[in-house]
Design a protein. Structure first.
Length: 397
């Protein structure tokens, strides 16, 4: 009986998922860095128990942590450089010791599970792609954002990572979104819609028509629900909406601007007179719930999917509350094994019909496999630059 009990306890222990590694927070990215970034990180640790490591200029981080009474309670990794908010993709090459690059290095070393940054989106995407590389078989990464629909949120991707795509890329975006929605929303088979100008299968340009044909063909583990239109973005009709990065970014910012304008009109109407103010007071709880649901700070930001690591990109103007939400989101995705889920979902699209588009490709370029034999007289492969393995370190006191 004793041996049986021990085996049962051992089996139960093996079933407990491992605690995720700390989330690396880029403290130097964002309009209000590092003060608001560190304040949000401290709240994530203090109120939600999220494990973090703060990356950036160590002296400034220490001063902020001391101000919040958390000096010595959160690990710090020093980074010599930081990407400015106005810098674009080329900064990832010019600043190999930036806080974002060092955070990516921590993920590659197995010392962090995810990255959170409110820095320049172009800089974060470029640096992450350079340092973390794309998952085997993923042609292009995508940014997934959460839309405040009911009864549960909707995932929109791509929101700006890849503007020019092929139909096969949209199929992979559907696979990325499916894996993300399984962790964030909960359903085993999230429904996927293709953003188009009409609900009929024959609508749209050549890209949309071909993507619809591939998604409707089945045999890829995606629950395709057909085309969705612009007015379906906030209807909650599907769990995942797929489109190219150009269209998705325009749709997202149009929706954000519309919501902001509507709230401005509502606020003006509620303060127009004594009767209006009384009505607003009576409905204050419902109005607060609506405001919280539509507040982007409560969703944590967009997630760059398709890399060998989890990257959460918060808004550049993020305050402490948004950073706290971003840290919670990164922790949740790491605990849910988002990278492994995506790898499995992408592999499901590699049937005989899809394999020729995805097998052996990374970031859209045909590259030979590492196991492919080279001719005897072929030159050896080039060595990796030293900048890709910059050691992280604690800054001296």
């Amino acid at each position: 009986m004793t041996g049986t009990g021990e085996r049962t306890r051992a089996a139960a222990y093996r079933r407990v998922p491992p605690r995720p590694l700390p989330v690396a927070v880029d403290t130097m990215g964002g309009d209000h860095a590092p003060g608001e970034i560190i304040a949000g990180a401290v709240d994530a640790v203090r109120e939600h128990g999220v494990r973090l490591v703060l990356v950036g200029r160590a002296p400034r981080i220490r001063r902020e942590l001391e101000r919040h009474g958390h000096l010595g309670k959160i690990p710090i990794v020093h980074a010599d450089e930081a990407l400015d908010m106005g810098e674009g993709a080329l900064a990832s090459w010019r600043k190999p010791r930036s806080s974002i690059a060092i955070a990516c290095h921590l993920i590659k070393q197995g010392r962090a599970s995810a990255l959170v940054s409110a820095g320049s989106t172009a800089g974060v995407v470029a640096t992450s792609r350079l340092r973390l590389k794309g998952l085997q078989g993923v042609m292009r990464p995508a940014i997934a954002v959460t839309l405040p629909t009911r009864p549960r949120p909707t995932i929109l991707l791509d929101a700006g990572a890849t503007a020019d795509v092929k139909a096969e890329t949209l199929v992979q975006f559907a696979a990325l979104g499916t894996a993300y929605a399984q962790i964030l929303l909960g359903p085993d088979r999230p429904t996927v819609g293709l953003l188009n100008i009409g609900a009929e299968p024959g609508k749209g340009d050549k890209l949309a028509k071909r993507a619809h044909e591939l998604l409707a063909g089945g045999s890829h583990g995606i629950e395709f629900a057909g085309n969705v239109e612009g007015h379906d973005l906030l209807s909650g009709r599907v769990d995942v909406i797929v489109t190219d990065g150009f269209t998705g970014n325009v749709a997202l910012k149009t929706m954000e601007g519309t919501v902001a304008a509507a709230f401005s009109e509502i606020r003006e109407a509620m303060t127009a007179g004594p009767a209006a103010r009384m009505g607003a007071f009576l409905q204050r709880r419902r109005l607060q719930e609506l405001r919280d649901r539509l507040d982007p700070d409560s969703y944590g930001g967009g997630v760059l999917l398709g890399l060998n690591g989890t990257v959460v990109i918060a808004h550049g103007a993020s305050r402490a509350r948004a950073i706290t939400s971003a840290c919670e989101l990164a922790h949740r995705l790491a605990a849910g094994r988002i990278v492994e889920r995506i790898r499995e979902q992408v592999a499901a699209t590699r049937t005989s019909r899809f394999g020729r588009w995805t097998h052996g490709e990374r970031d859209g370029a045909d590259r030979p496999s590492e196991n492919t034999a080279r001719p005897a007289d072929a030159p050896p492969p080039p060595r990796q630059p030293a900048g890709d393995t910059v050691p992280d370190r604690q800054d001296p006191t």
